[in-house]
Every structure is written in structure tokens, then in C-alpha cells.
Design a protein around this ligand. Structure first.
Ligand code: SAH
Length: 358
């Protein structure tokens, strides 16, 4: 069955034409999916009953299901989603004042090899389809009460978005389309480890999304240690591509920097980072590390964080510190899925251990 939320090569218009139905039926169905928050064909109440049944026989609306739904006191909600092949991904809804931001995943796992990140510890299993990416948006949208709308999207969940750029762009086109979620491109941010060819493509395709590049180190020697894929790329090519995107899109660049105690958080790192980014109209997003179970990395003290920030600010950079939201619900990338995988491993080992005799 064709996934109705899959934007690529969509057969719905043709199917409707074959059934002799007018074009406005297509608009009605899209309206139900995006603005109308329908959960089933059944609910599309202004379609004739026979059409709802025929659609349900021909198309599936949801391919994944929510296996865990966590809510934290600060309003953050996180979904652990199981895909049709049993793989799991995560996505998050964040509430910040009037903002309703969602954080979505683009791959099952990740191949970039950031040593401190939970998502990539088991490598990458596969890319998500555009439909699976759209589905996360709609599952999260349906957590909002009537009258509230999603305002922002950050592609900062599991995976490297630019390693799955085709489906990513098709999904974001649905997000920003007025007949889709209607979220303007300026409110959508793609976070990348820095894949130069894909960044050049974003520039050439005239994308208007915000680009956030994860640096985490002021030089290649340290970045090679922290972000394994850097050995094949290097900071110079990444910055060149980012500058190209800035010129083409006019969007101010963001550089992300996860602070890891004792590794990349010293005054000298801050000074060299400021030097590296000199002359760019950029925002530096400093992210104190969110610890991952069994990994040796630690969050720096607030004194170390402040020292780092002061040096960057003193050098004239715009700096923002990421507030920790939802850490009690494992809201950082890949943590909930990993907790679930570890729990499942434990479960299997108990099942395999000899059962105590009654
Ligand atoms: N692959 C993309 C998206 C990753 S998630 C990228 O590399 O940008 C978004 C950001 O969170 C990245 O900067 C990533 O390095 C960072 N991150 C991953 N795990 C983290 C953790 N445990 N604590 C803090 N930030 C983390």
C-alpha cells in the first residue's frame, strides 16, 4: 500500500482522476492531513463514505507507531517511534514561550562517528523515507491542543540529515508548503556535521533553511578525535561550503559547539574558535554536554562554560547557550532509543538465563 504521507512521486492525484474525482478532493485530503490533524480516513468527514473506504483500501496513512511517549515538567514531549520494519527512532516537541518547536530524525542511527553522541554508537541502519520524516512532524503536531500550531522545526534528531538529503528536502518542502504545515523556511534549521558537497547543493538549490554546522573543535587535530568523519573532510572545506550557503541564502550561519569537560572547553579552544570564525556573521550555539550512559564524557562546570562564553563574546561573536530541556526524559539525540535497546538486551539475557524452578 502506498504511504499517503510520502511526498515522492505521489500517485494520489492520478488515482483521484482515474476515479473521476475533481481536483478539490485532493486539496480536501491534504487539508485533513496537515491542518485538519486527521488520525484516520474515517475522520475526513466531508469526503463521501465510499471515498474514505476506497482511500483506506488503497493507501496507508501511518506506517509507524508510537511505542513510548514521555513528557517532562518543562513541557517537552518525546516520542519513541517504531517504523514498519521494527526499527526505532525518536522525535521531540519543545515548548518555549510561544514557540512550538519539533526536533526530528532523518536516519536510524548515524554513521558520522561523533564519539560523545548516543545516536551513532551502533552505526547507521538506514535512511528514513521522506514519508517517515513527514510522519514524525504530524505525530508531534497532533500532540498540540486545538488552536496551537507548530512554529519551528530543527533537524537535530538522530542521523546526519545531509547524508539523506533527497528525502530530507522533500519532507521539508511539505513542512514549509502553505498547503502542508505552512512553517516558513526561516523557521526551519538543518543541523549538519558538515558535508561540503551537500551544503553546496543546498546553496545551488536556493534553499532558505537555516544551517547549523556542528564544529565541536577549533582545529582538525581535535575534530578528528571527536568527530570521526572529519578525517575525510576537514574544517577548511566545511567552512568554505558554509560561506557559500551564507552567500546564496542570506541566512546567518550557526555553528554548534558541544562543550566536553577537559577536552574542548579550555580558554585556548575558545580563542582559537573565535579566530577560526573571524569575519563571519555567525551565531555560535554552545551546548554543555548532556551525559550519555556508559560514555566517559562529562559536562563542564558552569565556571568553565562561562569562561568559554566570555572569550567568544569578547571576540565579538554572537553566542547562545543551549538550555537543557527534557533531560529527564532522555531528550538528547538517540538517548531514549539507546536506553530502550539496552533494556531489550537485558531482557533477552534474562530470557536466555535458566529460569528459576518454581
Ligand atoms: N548530525 C547532525 C545532527 C546531530 S544532533 C549534526 O551533527 O549536527 C544536533 C547536535 O547535538 C549536534 O551538534 C550534536 O553533535 C549534538 N549532540 C549530540 N549528542 C549530544 C549530547 N549528548 N550532548 C550535547 N549535544 C549533543
Amino acid at each position: 500500500m502506498f504511504h499517503l504521507l510520502e511526498p515522492s512521486a505521489h500517485p494520489l492525484p492520478e488515482w483521484l482522476a482515474q476515479h473521476g474525482l475533481p481536483r478539490f478532493r485532493h486539496d480536501q485530503i491534504r487539508h485533513w492531513l496537515f491542518a485538519g490533524r486527521a488520525r484516520s480516513f474515517e475522520e475526513m468527514s466531508d469526503l463521501p463514505k465510499w471515498l474514505r473506504e476506497a482511500l483506506a483500501a488503497e493507501f496507508c496513512l501511518w506506517t509507524s507507531r508510537v511505542v513510548e511517549h514521555k513528557q517532562s515538567e518543562d513541557g517537552t514531549e518525546k516520542l519513541l517511534v517504531e517504523l514498519s520494519d521494527g526499527q526505532q527512532i525518536e522525535c521531540v516537541l519543545l515548548r518555549d514561550g510561544p514557540r512550538r518547536t519539533i526536533c526530528i530524525s532523518t536516519q536510524v542511527g548515524c554513521a558520522m562517528g561523533c564519539v560523545f553522541c548516543a545516536s551513532g554508537l551502533a552505526g547507521v541502519a538506514r535512511n528514513l523515507t521522506a514519508g517517515e520524516i513527514v510522519e514524525q512532524m504530524l505525530l508531534l503536531d497532533r500532540l498540540l491542543p486545538e488552536g496551537e500550531r507548530l512554529s519551528h522545526i530543527v533537524v537535530m534528531g538522530m542521523g546526519e540529515p545531509l547524508a539523506n538529503i533527497g528525502p530530507l528536502l522533500r519532507a521539508l518542502a511539505e513542512a514549509s508548503s502553505p498547503s502542508g504545515l505552512g512553517i516558513s523556511a526561516r523557521r526551519i534549521t538543518i543541523s549538519t556535521v558538515g558535508l561540503p558537497a551537500a551544503i553546496h547543493r543546498l546553496a545551488e538549490e536556493n534553499c532558505r533553511y537555516n544551517l547549523a554546522v556542528s564544529l565541536h573543535a577549533p582545529d582538525d587535530a581535535l575534530r578528528n578525535e571527536l568527530v570521526k568523519v572529519n578525517k575525510k573532510i576537514g574544517l577548511a572545506e566545511i567552512l568554505k561550503a558554509a560561506d557559500h550557503y551564507f552567500e546564496a541564502s542570506g541566512r546567518r550561519l550557526t555553528f554548534e559547539y558541544v562543550l566536553l569537560a577537559g577536552l574542548n572547553d579550555e580558554a585556548d579552544h575558545a580563542r582559537r574558535l573565535a579566530q577560526l570564525l573571524r569575519g563571519r556573521s555567525a551565531l555560535v550555539n554552545v551546548i554543555p554536554y548532556n551525559p550519555v550512559a556508559d560514555l566517559p564524557y562529562r559536562t563542564p562546570s558552569s565556571a568553565a562554560v562561562n569562561r568559554f562564553l566570555e572569550i567568544l563574546r569578547g571576540a565579538g561573536l554572537n553566542v547562545h547557550v543551549r538550555e537543557r530541556k527534557g533531560d529527564k526524559i532522555d531528550a538528547a539525540c538517540g538517548q531514549l532509543r539507546r536506553a530502550n535497546m539496552l533494556a531489550a538486551e537485558k531482557l533477552t539475557s534474562t530470557v536466555h538465563s535458566p529460569l528459576p524452578s518454581a
